[in-house]
Ligand binder design. Structure first.
Ligand code: GLN
Length: 527
């Protein structure tokens, strides 16, 4: 079958949910089609791995070790695909490839230009993915908003694609904003008109317009947008504000989006939403409620822990439990009474010293008060430090990441990381297998002996301290095959005290929550 393409752009302002919109379209069309998502980001970093999550949101890690935009989390969760690092095309990667090609002599005798060389490279990259993956449908999301300088080359490439693939094989979806100004109480179309004009100036004429709004778009506003923007009124779709992003596919279906796409692209892949609807109903009608303390240093920006929040949400759908998150900033943490009323404590991944002593105190509280505890990556390392100091009697035990001259480096750099100087893309990244010990909580939760989770770290539990830690009662319930690297640990005498070096939240899905999160929330419910 000829590959079909849907290009998703955004206008007016950022943060309207283009990633969710693209992912929802993918969800709706994936019943009979192989859908492959691609994201183009205009920044010059090779990948977001070197960016501050506080600015850019969570760095999502793929099976293949790619550090990619957090929208890939939405794609994987909504479309059910396992994404590849190649599918995140940044301008940094584009320039890197162009420079390599130029040095190799691929353009010998030519002046290397934005058009055609850069735009050709972008298109070739996309066509290559479509071919490699034997994609029926490729959804290409262009980051940023129309008019940003840094996305112009991607937009130009998208415009040119129409000629390359034939206009019957590509459609353009534009996401805009329809405000209802206070006091005016009327849906306003002007921002959409202006944003579509910006797009048209670039030669892209949208086939479908999604208007983000706090209410369903009225018939009148749809007609108005249709008239000004040259689309048919039924191709103007409401992108409703929702509390739960998993409702977006349902809204799009209700608005008739799948039919329009079927017609325009001459495809047929009817949505199958039965299971999702049931799960969303469960979320809407909880029968229990828990409060989890999320302790970290980026707590102010919830986006930096996006996948953990999603994993909780998936648990809600299966346990019919409302999960409240109490964000606890650990930078100047000195008041454990803050934790008295929570049902469980989660210490997520992290880097650097700020806030760590606070997190260690939080973990001590969880251990001593028998509160369900889940440690993720850095959370595992800090649990080991806490146990070393307060149970094994190693005063000043630490990680060499935090204190290079600690007398007891219970957490130390991975041997293969010792000589790595370059920062970008050099951590232990991607999926690795772990072998789980029989009769442990982890083994029981996964129901399997060998499991594979994604990683992003440089440090590990120092093997020189394994014997001491286990002799004092810590159980290494999952390790790498050679038993060197501690992947999971637990405390058997505790109600639920579990930590992992991996990031299981990255593979959690609405249909199947990550087992550790599921077990953790269940333990919190029993608290
Ligand atoms: N900073 C720690 C390390 O590099 C933990 C990383 C993380 O939590 N992702 O090992």
């Amino acid at each position: 079958m000829q590959t079909k393409y849907i290009v998703v752009t955004g206008g007016v302002l950022s943060g309207l949910g283009k990633g969710i919109a693209a992912a929802s379209i993918g969800h709706l069309l994936s019943s009979k089609l192989k859908v492959i998502p691609i994201k183009c980001d205009g920044y010059l970093n090779l990948d977001p791995g070197t960016m501050n999550p506080y600015e850019h949101g969570e760095v999502f890690v793929l099976d293949d070790g790619g550090e990619v935009d957090m929208d890939f989390g939405h794609y994987e969760r909504f479309i059910g695909v396992t994404c590849k690092s190649k599918w995140n095309l940044t301008m940094g990667k584009v320039f890197d490839m162009i420079r390599q090609k130029e040095r190799r002599g691929d353009y010998l005798g030519k002046t290397v230009q934005y058009i055609p060389h850069v735009t050709d490279l972008i298109k070739e990259h996309i066509f290559e993915i479509a071919k490699e993956e034997e994609a029926d449908l490729v959804i290409i999301e262009i980051g940023g908003t129309v008019g940003d300088i840094e996305n112009e080359l991607f937009l130009e490439a998208m415009r040119q694609m129409k000629e390359d693939v034939g206009k019957e094989n590509i459609i353009y979806v534009h996401l805009t904003y329809v405000p209802i100004p206070h006091g005016v109480n009327e849906q306003k179309s002007k921002p959409t008109q202006q944003s579509v004009n910006l797009l048209k100036q670039r030669g892209i004429f949208p086939d479908i317009i999604i208007g983000r709004c706090s209410q369903f778009l009225s018939k009148e506003i749809k007609e108005k947008i249709a008239r000004f923007c040259d689309v048919s009124p039924n191709a103007v779709i409401t992108g409703l504000d929702v509390d739960d992003i998993y409702e977006i596919p349902l809204i799009f279906e209700q608005e008739g989006l799948p039919e329009i796409i079927h017609k325009r692209l001459n495809i047929y892949s009817p949505p199958n939403l039965t299971k999702w609807k049931t799960l969303i109903e469960n979320i809407r009608n909880p029968e229990a409620e828990v409060t989890i303390a999320m302790c970290g240093k980026y707590t102010r920006l919830e986006d930096s822990y996006a996948s953990i929040k999603e994993a909780f949400h998936h648990c809600s759908a299966h346990l019919k439990c409302k999960i409240n998150i109490k964000w606890v900033e650990t930078t100047n943490f000195s008041d454990p009474t803050l934790l008295e009323d929570v049902d469980g404590i989660l210490v997520p991944g992290g880097f650097g010293t700020r806030g760590t002593e606070g997190k260690i105190e939080v973990i001590r509280y969880a251990r001593e008060h028998n509160k369900p505890f889940l440690g993720i990556c850095f959370g595992l390392q800090l649990a080991v430090i806490e146990f070393s100091r307060n149970v094994c009697g190693l005063k000043d035990a630490s990680s060499t990441e935090l204190d290079p001259s600690t007398p007891h480096p219970v957490i130390d750099i991975l041997p293969e990381q010792r000589n790595v100087l370059q920062k970008g893309g050099t951590m232990r990244l991607g999926s690795y297998e772990a072998v789980l010990k029989p009769d442990t909580l982890v083994r029981q939760l996964y129901g399997a002996e060998v499991v594979s989770e994604r990683h992003r770290h440089r440090y590990e539990v120092n093997p020189n301290y394994h014997d001491l830690l286990t002799s004092k009662g810590m159980v290494f319930s999952g390790t790498s095959k050679d038993e060197r690297l501690v992947e999971f640990l637990e405390l058997p005498n505790h109600r639920f005290f579990l930590a992992t070096q991996a990031h299981p939240e990255l593979k959690s899905r609405l249909e199947r929550p990550a087992p550790l999160f599921y077990g953790f929330i269940k333990a919190c419910m029993e608290n």
